[in-house]
Design a protein around this ligand. Structure first.
Ligand SMILES: [Zn+2]
Length: 428
């Protein structure tokens, strides 16, 4: 292990309470290191910095970061190993993979830092080092764990596949009886529905960790009712790890701002505090593959509100989701998926559903119904009321709704490309 874990963990624990000035000093020092490494060791970033007329010596303040170009996921993937730092042996790295991409390499130090960052967030919600965590995820996906600590009975993690059916997953959880349970929000929802509708035995972990998908209020309540405790939600990406997290106050998501820099942009310009924009991330702890002004494709709002817990790590509000999840209205305006899902969930007889936007004016609703299935017209009117009466709505009743290959269950899918600048304001 190339980093000394305990001192770094203590540092992270302390930093969540530091003054803004002190946090900015820490961020600037780390940013200089990342940008200099990228300039010296990554041909991809060197070219882009030069094209922008930028040299690392010009990085005097955090605001100077805005002189650097924004990198899209597509640019980054296309660059392949040219984006990586040449002093790192990629063969010794692990890859944080997401569905559909080969992922970003992590050195052992990068990986250890991710674990520490997660641990700080979990500790805020009462997680103890000796607690067992069960993770229901995609088989073979890279999940952060430190085997050396697990052998000592610390941070013990148990993995199971998210593709098993509900009863099998619940039996697996009950067999281990973990203190913490971590899975996709949509999988928690599926398990909660099985517990409440089919009377399957409910596990009782003290900590439920939802991640990787939107957690709306209705889903939060459903999960709490089934498992007997309120979930705590985390926001992250495979490339960066955990970006922001809820403390026990549940008032927004604390950004790991001592470990990464989050910008909120629209049309290439930062939006005002409180306005929704696309998230652009600079990871301050990636030795193998620098992520500098990396566009995640997610939208959110940066807040200047202070959390009542007293932590100084700033808050991210309204995680309104990945751009791909938005509906596109005639004229190109985007509409939050909540606008439709919150209405469909109130339709009696729905067990599960998925809404697919097929074209500018057509959607299909796949419905897995209870024995009291809603009729076609009820579903059509609900969707038209939320989107527009101009939409043609096909209702497709199914025995069960399959998951995506990623293991997630996307309630909303759009097959319509849209202009990201036309993000809808309506967020339920
Ligand atoms: Zn807080």
């Amino acid at each position: 292990m190339s980093v000394s874990l305990l001192p770094e963990f203590l540092r992270l624990t302390r930093q969540q309470w530091e003054s803004q000035d002190r946090l900015d000093e820490i961020r600037l020092a780390k940013l200089r290191r990342q940008v200099t490494r990228a300039w010296e060791l990554s041909p991809f970033y060197r070219e882009r910095f030069e094209a922008a007329g930028f040299h690392p010596s010009q990085l005097k303040t955090l605001a100077d970061l805005s002189r650097l170009p924004i990198t899209s996921r597509t640019d980054f993937i296309a660059a392949g190993e040219r984006a990586y730092c040449s002093d790192v042996d990629i063969r010794k790295c692990v890859f944080a993979k997401s569905s559909g991409s080969s992922g970003a390499p992590l050195t052992r130090r990068d990986k250890a830092h991710r674990v520490l960052k997660e641990l700080r967030a979990l500790q805020a919600s009462g997680f103890k080092f000796t607690d067992r965590m069960m993770i229901l995820w995609v088989p073979r996906a890279t999940i952060n764990s430190l085997p050396i600590l697990q052998r000592l009975g610390i941070l013990r993690r148990y993995y199971a596949t998210v593709f098993a059916d509900e009863s099998e997953q619940l039996a697996g959880i009950n067999a281990i009886s973990p203190e913490a349970l971590y899975t996709y929000t949509s999988n928690f929802r599926i398990l909660a529905e099985a517990i409440l509708s089919d009377g399957l035995p409910a596990p009782r972990p003290k900590l439920l960790i939802t991640s990787a998908e939107l957690l709306d209020q209705e889903t939060r309540k459903l999960i709490a009712r089934a498992f007997g405790t309120d979930p705590v939600d985390y926001y992250g990406s495979m490339e960066v790890g955990w970006i922001a997290w809820q403390c026990p106050e549940r008032g927004g998501y604390h950004i790991n701002s001592d470990c990464l820099i989050v910008e909120c942009m629209k049309d290439g310009q930062p939006v005002a505090t409180g306005e929704e924009g696309e998230l652009v991330i600079t990871n301050l702890h990636s030795d193998a593959a620098p992520l500098i002004r990396y566009s995640l494709g997610d939208t959110a709002v940066l807040s200047d509100r202070k959390c009542s817990c007293g932590r100084t790590l700033p808050l991210l509000e309204v995680l309104s989701g990945r751009m791909a999840d938005y509906f596109v209205l005639p004229g190109g305006k985007r509409l939050s998926p909540y606008a439709v899902t919150s209405i469909l969930r109130d339709v009696p007889g729905m067990r599960r559903f998925q809404v697919v936007q097929d074209s500018d004016v057509a959607v299909t609703v796949h419905v897995q119904a209870t024995p009291q299935a809603p009729d076609v017209q009820t579903v059509q009117l609900a969707v038209q009321g939320a989107l527009s009466p101009d939409f043609s709505v096909t209702v497709d009743y199914m025995e069960s709704l399959p998951r995506d290959p990623s293991g997630k269950f996307n309630i909303v899918k759009s097959m319509v490309a849209a202009d990201p600048s036309k993000v809808g304001r309506k967020v339920a």
